[in-house]
Structure formats: C-alpha cells, structure tokens
Design a protein around this ligand. Structure first.
Ligand code: ADP
Ligand code: ZN
Length: 729
C-alpha cells in the first residue's frame, strides 16, 4: 500500500463550542492565515463546525498526521483575545466543565463572525453633466460630501424616489458602498456629571485612581440604599471612557432596569449597549461585533455579558453583588460575580462590587484586605433611612381569612389619606401557594416536581412554578371527587390584592410580579404610572425590591417577613435580611417624607428581624460569621455539590449511593449525603445530592475530579457539579 502523501500546512489546535474533552487537531492549509484566537470552520464528523484556534493545550493522543482533517475557512472576524481564551480555560477548570461548553458562552452570536454587510447608497459622479431641475439640485446638494441610501436622500431632499432614480439614469449619481455607521454612539464622559457630595467624591476618587492605574483591583462599594452608589460608579465609568477602555456593568435584572437606562442616558448623553437573553438575533449580532471591534464603549448586561469579546476592558461593575441572579444554575454552573473578579484580573482592570447589603463572602474578602472597601454612610438629599418596625402576628393577628394585621391596615389607611403611596411586599406569585381538599386532605401537587401547584385565580389555573406545568383549577377534588371542597391555603399577591380591594376600594392598585410585568416595556410603564402618581397601592413580589426610585412611596409593608427563613439553607438568614433591607430601601427616598417599614412576623426575636429593626447589618454579619467559621462553612471553607438525577428513581438512588461509597476522605474534607434533594423530583427527574465541604486552604477541583473518576456513572444518570453552590434545592 502506498504511504499517504504528506500534505502541506501546519498542525493547529481548534477548540469547538461543544461539550467535548478538549481541543481537536486540524491541518491549516498554507493558503489560509490563522493564529491563536482565529475563528475557523472545520469538518467534524459529517458536518461543519465553527471553532477557535486554541493554544498549545496538552492532548492525550494527538492524532496521526495522515488522519488530520483540514481547516475549511477562516472567519472574517477579530480573533478572540488571549485574555478571553484564558477566562474560558479558567472557568472550565474551576467549574469542572468541558472547555468547549464555556467557549460556547463566548460564541453566543455565530452570525457576528461573518463580514457585516455594507449597505449600498448613492454618491455624486464628479464632472458628469445633465439637465438640473430644482429637485435634482436639492439631491445633489445633499450628496455633496455623503453617500446615502436612496430613501434617506428622498426624505432629506423632500423629493420622490423617482427623482433619485432619474439622476441615476442620466449618470449624475452612481451606486456606492457606504461606510458602516457606528452601532453605538459614544457616551460622553463629561456630558452631565452630578456634583458629588464629599463622601461620594472620596469614594469616586478611590475608584478613579485604580481605573487610571490600569492595574487589577477589586473594590467593594458599600452604601445604604439611596446614598448615591450608582452616581459614584458611573463616575468610574466616565474615567474608563476617558482612558479609552471599555466598561461593563452587570445588573441582576436587566429587563427591569428602565429607570437605570434612562439615568445613564441623561448622565452620558447616549445609551449604553445592552446584552441579555431577550435581544433579537440581529441586535445580538450587531452588539457582539461592536464589542469585538471596540465600538461599544459601555455595555450593560446580564451575567452572560461577562463572556463578550471586549478587546480592552478597563472596568467591570457588579451592581447588587449579593444577588443570586448572578448564579447560572444550568449548563456551566458559575457565579458571575466571582468570575467577574477573575476576568478583571486577566484584563488588568478594576472590578467594583456594589451593594447596600454585601454578601458575607465579599465583606470577608474586604476585611482580609483582598478587596479595597469604600463606603457611603448617608442618604442623598438628607433623606433619612426608613424606620423599620416589626408587627408581632401573635399579638396582632389579622382577622379570620385575612392576611394584613390591624396595625398594617391602619398604616396603609393613614398613608393613603396623606396622598402618599404604599407598597405591600409578598414574595409569592399567584393567588394561593397551596390548594387543599377540605374533605380528604388531598394537596394539589405537580406531577413532574416535588412541589405544590400554585393557584392563579385570574387565569383559573393551577401552575407549577418549577416546570411550568399548568392545569385548569378543578371543580371537584381529583382524589375523592367531592365538589366545591378545594380551598386555597395561604396568600399570594393576587389574594392580597383581593383583600386590599375590599379594604381600600378607592385606592388605585397595581400588582408587580414577573407574570404581570413580563418585560422591559411593561416595567417602564409600571414605573411611569407610579412616578406620576397614577397608582396609590403597589402589591409586589421580589421584583419590587430591585433598584427602583419611587419618590412618593413612604410606606412598605412586608406581608410575610418569615417566608425566606424556612428551608434551612446555609444563607437563608442572610438572603432574607438582604431582600427585606432592599425592599425597605424603596421607602422614603426623597428628603421630605421619611419612610416607614412594617414587618409582619411570627418571630420578631429572630436575629434577622432584630438586625433589620436596629439597622445593624454589620452586627448581623458578625453573628453570621461567628456561626459559620467553626464548622468551616463558606466563606471560611469551601463547598461543592453533586446533583445526581435520572428519570429512573432507582438509577438515581443507586448512582448517588455509589458516589457516597467512593467519597473522598482526608484531613479537612467531609462529605455530607447522599440524600434525596429537597426538590426530589424536578421536571420528571429524580434527584439526590451530595455535598463536599473542605477547609479553605484545600482546592476542591482535584478532589472532585478524583472522586468522579472513581465512580461508575450509568448512562441514564446525570451528575452536575456545582462548585460554590448558592442554592441547595
Ligand atoms: P444608590 O445607588 O446608592 O441607591 P443612587 O445613586 O440611586 O443611590 O442615588 C439616589 C438618588 O439620589 C438618585 O435619584 C440620584 O440621582 C440622587 N443623587 C445621588 N447623588 C447625587 C448627587 N451627588 N447629585 C445629585 N443627585 C444625586
Ligand atoms: Zn412541576
């Protein structure tokens, strides 16, 4: 047999955006030019895949020269920078994900890799002569120094398209390609800066210095709600613009951030680029490309924006850094707040973590000197912080069948009488979280999840908030068949609305929940109605806690302050404190009228309630730290969870048990579980959990890799690895 002919070209590594073990080898034919970071098209099995030329990764078995397949083409797009390639490698190694799965997040708009189409327009032909009418003269004037599309010419000159076509037919104008307009106008650093107060100026100066130094740094910007944290970090954004570097702002709920966006535009004279999951594919393409070409000076986005191809990133802001929305729980499981710090290090950039209620993790990092710490202790406008009081529901029970205690009803009555706005907060959508049969005790449950079905009375349906399963509310119990026997147990926001409709029939009411405020337009409209006092009483879920600024809102009532404390999650207390503090911070934001916050609770002596009433967050965090440190709970130790799931309950249980038997042992390492997950059935999959706890000095990744390599995982079982878990369901 003849030896295979040696073909020309060199061997390169290509990482594909697929969950494969590592990069694959290909041959780059001599007529193609590509280096590390180039986007290329390569054959994969019987199809063509996009990929990125990767660096010299170790590959267990480089394939033989003779079997190398050829790169098909190189994409006309800026190469992926080494910084972003290192981030992909880093996140993959940290989260134990295949590098290709992380790469996919950095290639979120494949069509952006094509050459953007240049639009065609018309330009003057110099020296051409023909009859000139007044209409034709107007067109020629407009085209004196521009190339423009026909429709735009006609509009600007006030003539019909016929005039434009006529000029073309006599040879006075000709088709030409237009220069692409910048997709995003440049925000202007000094467009309308506020006069910062002394304490704000000090904080801003500290951030500016690091931006100017072009060195890596992390700063915790901590300040009470309404103290001007946003103004201060926008000053750092302005400095970053002056440096000519790009800035990235991560917001937890970008779809609800219309007030923030309007403010940005007032401050900088231009809107920022946006990045979130609801963009059209065209906007994604244009934005991704503009970022890659350095033409999007400021971008605000959801956590996925962290993987955009900024060529020169100088600043990353993580606003509301304590928010769980920064955790991605599917696919590559990662916490964007922590990965933002990693990216800042790779980019020699400043990362600012912003919060009124920073996480214990971040506070500890600041205390230990790993992060710088700047604080804004007072509210702007001399507005005082709201006065928080607990209502003990044991002493002040609501009337039968109601959920608002008399002191809260009284406070709402007085607030409305003064012509001010009130808000009732309950973090539960729908009418009632549980529907029960009075006759047989049956509870209406989701067939796919370990969860009760939530009644949505307006739609006459029962809904699972985990998998989306819905069914019409039955007239008779599905178990015993008794008619009119199903009763709602407990309140959701719809039920509170029903109660206030009876109590305050003339108040204008608005529900704010993810199902009534589905997107940016609805959010903007709700905010406008509240700002312009078309609403007296707001009833909302956690979406009302986001950074809204409602100047006429003076009373916040928390219907069930104990709600988040059940469940025994490691951070349940911390979370509840943060959420309630954030909700409370909506009250009394304008100087004139101080805010009042009333917490309905069965346990006013709980440390969370005590800290809120005494306005003592540092004290609360200190107590939290004292509780977590001895057992090496985060941030004084490390956690990683394994979530074992299968459609077959026996497979899931057996695999979890096998993992338990193979569990690592050793100094400073402990494995808890396996145990059925609190959500033991989710979307039809049976779930078990194991939790690895390690002392702070131990790297958990090698321990996890060893562990997983020792266990036999059958094909019908999935094991998800969650390093630094945030949720424990
Ligand atoms: P935070 O982000 O800490 O909640 P904001 O930055 O939203 O606080 O500030 C609260 C309100 O006070 C906003 O309406 C903001 O525009 C205003 N504000 C804060 N600082 C100043 C300032 N120096 N000059 C003018 N307005 C300010
Ligand atoms: Zn379900």
């Amino acid at each position: 047999m003849a030896p295979p002919s040696r073909k020309a070209g060199r061997r390169i590594r290509v990482l594909l955006p697929l969950p494969l073990e590592g990069a694959y080898d290909y041959r780059l034919p001599p007529e193609l030019a590509a280096g590390p970071g180039s986007f290329v098209e390569v054959p994969l099995g019987g199809r063509v895949s996009l990929g990125v030329v990767w660096d010299e990764l170790e590959n267990a078995e480089p394939i033989a020269e003779s079997r190398l397949r050829e790169v098909i083409s190189v994409k006309p797009a800026p190469a992926m920078h080494a910084n972003l390639r290192r981030l992909v490698d880093w996140v993959a190694a940290y989260t134990l994900s295949p590098p290709g799965a992380v790469l996919r997040m950095a290639m979120s708009s494949p069509s952006a890799l094509e050459e953007p189409a240049s639009a065609s327009g018309w330009r003057r032909v110099e020296g051409a002569e023909a009859r000139i009418t007044p209409d034709r003269a107007k067109v020629l004037d407009i085209l004196a120094n521009h190339t423009l599309p026909g429709t735009e010419i006609a509009r600007a000159a006030g003539v019909s398209m016929g005039v434009v076509r006529g000029l073309a037919s006599v040879g006075l104008i000709e088709p030409a390609l237009m220069a692409r307009a910048a997709a995003f106008p440049r925000p202007i650093a000094d467009f309308a800066p506020p006069d910062l107060r002394d304490e704000q100026q000090l904080a801003a100066n500290a951030l500016r210095e690091t931006v100017i130094s072009r060195q890596y740094g992390v700063t915790l910007l901590e300040g009470v709600t309404g103290s001007g944290k946003t103004e201060v970090y926008l000053d750092a954004v302005a400095q970053c613009l002056r440096e000519g570097r790009q800035a990235l702002v991560l917001l937890p709920e970008i779809a609800l951030s219309t007030q923030w966006l309007a403010r940005f535009e007032r401050r900088f004279g231009a809107p920022p680029a946006l990045w979130h999951s609801e963009l059209s594919s065209r906007t994604r393409r244009v934005t991704w490309r503009a970022v890659a070409e350095g033409d999007a000076p400021v971008l605000v986005g959801a956590r996925s924006a962290l993987f955009l191809p900024f060529p020169d990133l100088g600043l990353i802001i993580v606003d509301e850094e304590h928010e769980t929305a920064f955790k991605q729980e599917e696919g590559v499981i990662y916490l964007a707040r922590d990965m933002a710090v990693v990216r800042a290090r790779l980019e020699s950039a400043l990362c600012v973590l912003v919060s009124a209620t920073p996480s214990l993790e971040t506070v500890t990092n600041a205390k230990d000197g790993r992060y710088a710490h700047v604080t804004l202790p007072t509210r702007h406008h001399g507005a005082s912080l709201p006065q928080i009081t607990a209502i003990d529901l044991r002493q002040h029970p609501p009337e039968r069948g109601r959920f608002l205690a008399p002191p809260l009803v009284q406070a709402v009555t007085e607030t409305l009488a003064r012509g001010e706005q009130a808000m009732l907060f309950l973090n539960r959508r729908g009418y009632a979280p549980l529907t029960l049969c009075r006759t047989c005790g049956h509870r209406m449950q989701c067939p796919n999840c370990t969860a009760w079905l939530v009644e949505h009375r307006a739609q006459r349906r029962l809904q699972c908030h985990h998998c989306g399963h819905t069914a019409p509310t039955p007239l008779a119990c599905v178990e015993c068949g008794t008619e009119h026997s199903l009763v709602p147990i407990g309140p959701g926001v719809e039920r509170i609305l029903e109660e206030v409709t009876e109590l305050f029939p003339e108040a204008r009411r608005l529900i704010m929940a993810s199902d009534t405020i589905p997107g940016p337009a609805a959010a903007a409209e709700a905010a406008r109605r509240i700002e312009e006092r078309e609403v007296d009483l707001i009833i909302g879920t956690q979406i009302v806690a986001k950074g809204w600024h409602f100047p006429h809102l003076t009373l916040v009532g928390v219907v069930d302050a104990d709600l988040g404390l059940a469940g025994g999650d490691l951070r349940a207390g911390e979370r509840t404190m943060q959420l309630l503090h954030q909700v409370a911070g909506r009250a009394g934001r304008e100087g004139a009228t101080p805010g009042t916050v009333l917490l309905q609770t069965f346990s006013p002596e709980h440390p969370v309630m005590m800290a809120l009433v005494a306005d003592d967050m540092p004290g609360f965090l200190k107590a939290e730290a004292a509780q977590r440190a001895p057992g090496h709970w985060p941030p004084f130790g490390r956690l990683a969870a394994l979530i074992v799931s299968s459609e077959d309950p026996r497979s899931a249980e057996r695999a979890a048990r096998d993992l338990g038997l193979a569990a690592p042992t050793g100094q400073g390492i402990q494995v808890l579980g396996p145990a059925p997950a609190p959500l033991s059935l989710l979307r039809g999959r049976h779930r078990h959990r194991l939790l690895l706890k390690a002392e702070r000095g131990i790297r958990v990744q090698p321990v996890l890799e060893d562990w997983l390599a020792r266990a036999q995982i059958p094909r019908d079982v999935r094991v998800q690895v969650d390093v630094d878990p945030v949720g424990f369901m």
